[in-house]
Design a protein around this ligand. Sequence first.
Ligand code: OGA
Ligand code: MN
Length: 285
Amino acid sequence: MAIEVIPTGAALGAEVRGLDLSKPLTDAEFEAVQQAWYDHIVLLFRGQKIDDDDLVRFSARFGELDIAPASATDMAGGQALSRPEIWIISNVVENGRPIGALGDKEAEWHTDMSYVAEPPMASVLYSLEIPDRGGDTSFANMYKALEELPADLRAAVEGRICNHDASMTSVGELRAGAEAVVDVRTAPGAKHPVIRTHPATGGKSLYLGRRLNAYLEGYSVEESERLLDRLWAHCAKPEFSWTHKWQVGDLLIWDNRCAIHRRDGFDGSQRRVMHRTQIKGRAPR
Ligand code: OGA
Ligand code: MN
């Protein structure tokens, strides 16, 4: 069966049909997937029946994998993970301990781990159990957001550096070992250019990380807050985004360099269990 790439019709995202990810991809198949990924930023593969080894093998075609850092292990409740490359995203609590990260609350717009010097270029999320409703995941196209940025705002951020706060998670919780930020100018984290160039596609995009405790270097706190509020309001416009409603067996891969994502909250009495990998990236430039 030939590979089919079916764009969502929204600002980003495409479904890829005709691949069984429980089997290794041929080089030709991988090249087609990678090109589709560069073109569409987020790819969806439905109806996959894969185990952690398959998930790791597929993810590793894109590059070296990150292993779950100490903070993720803490968030995962110290669970013995099946293998260090697999992160669990779940609200399920077993024996009084969460089996994974992010719980059941809304996760605000963010890009993964931009608060480190070399953030992961991509994340892969595979659904094992999903609630009846809620927990949808949305993505927004940051190439488009930059293209359509009002000229005065673009001039204000061109060549600027933003500090990406490391203290808070996307569900608004303090990370293990972090202290609450009292002054955004001294928040822990990593400093990256607001506009970055994708190393593979050459496209320029906004790279904002997350809103909370962010700081635009070289501005007063007041001015930085004002600019960041405008930037985030712009990026969150529906015309830049696509929302995925999960089914069991869905696998998504997204590009953290040129997309942000968020997740709706859901009924905490229902189970949501996803396995995830992260592909290492380089310092944004
Ligand atoms: C993530 C994430 C969203 C979701 O894994 O990085 O933001 O839908 N997950 O669980
Ligand atoms: Mn995320």
